[in-house]
Design a protein around this ligand. Structure first.
Ligand code: TIU
Length: 221
């Protein structure tokens, strides 16, 4: 496939779909549906649901274009052996591993840990189980991307300032170019979403580029 150009900020982004992966971060019931980790932390999960439809649309377009697609899930082993004590209990409160309406919170294999049906992975799309915020830390994501000669990442998912931002920065430091479609990511704090996207694209794309699903899909047509 030839090089394509996405209308983006702070300037247009040139990419080759063959060396670009779509990375969908943590679109799990635990973050975007009631009764999960996000809600246990005191958040209104309705605030992160606007990104579901645009992400679905972009995911389908990337599948059609034959691009490499990776999904991530944040969560832990059932025995919580991989959950650092500093993450497990904050300010005297523990939610991870406790029983909720969708099973044990943020535990692999539980209903709440699973990816929501709207953007569910299909055969051939690796799912990375990560114990932290960043999708590179303590996972084989970098190896998987390098084996596919991936150079650029389109990063979607939740939440913008936590797992998307951490992953974008980890990727940038590892030499990947990153672009975030602003309608395919959401935060429980709209002002944090705005600030995160502003920080990514500031200073001549210090971390990466910001665009939207329609512009990326237009570039794939
Ligand atoms: N709490 C919050 O905003 N996010 C997380 O804990 N994890 C992800 O962003 N996936």
């Amino acid at each position: 496939m030839a090089k394509r150009e996405i209308a983006a900020e702070p300037f247009n982004y040139e990419f080759d779909p063959e060396t670009t992966a779509l990375v969908v971060i943590d679109m799990q019931a635990d973050f975007v549906e009631p009764g999960g980790f996000g809600e246990a932390l005191g958040n209104d999960v309705s605030l992160v649901r606007n990104s579901i439809e645009p992400t679905k649309k972009l995911l389908e377009a990337c599948r059609e274009a034959g691009m490499f697609i990776v999904h991530t899930r944040e969560g832990h082993r059932a025995d919580l052996a991989d959950c650092p004590p500093a993450k497990l209990t904050r300010g005297g409160q523990t939610f991870i591993g406790t029983q909720g309406p969708k099973g044990r919170i943020l535990v692999r294999g539980e209903k709440g840990h699973d990816i929501i049906p709207e953007v569910y992975p299909v055969e051939g799309e690796p799912v990375i189980d990560k114990p932290g915020k960043g999708a590179f830390w303590d996972t084989d994501l970098d190896l998987i991307l390098r084996n596919r000669n991936i150079k650029s990442l389109i990063i979607c998912g939740v939440t913008t300032e936590v797992c998307v931002n951490t992953t974008a920065r980890e990727a940038n430091d590892r030499g990947y170019e990153i672009i975030v479609p602003e309608d395919c990511t959401d935060s429980y704090f709209p002002e944090f979403k705005t600030a995160t996207l502003d920080m990514i694209k500031a200073q001549g794309a210090i971390v990466g580029w910001v665009s939207n699903s329609d512009k990326i899909i237009a570039a794939l047509d």
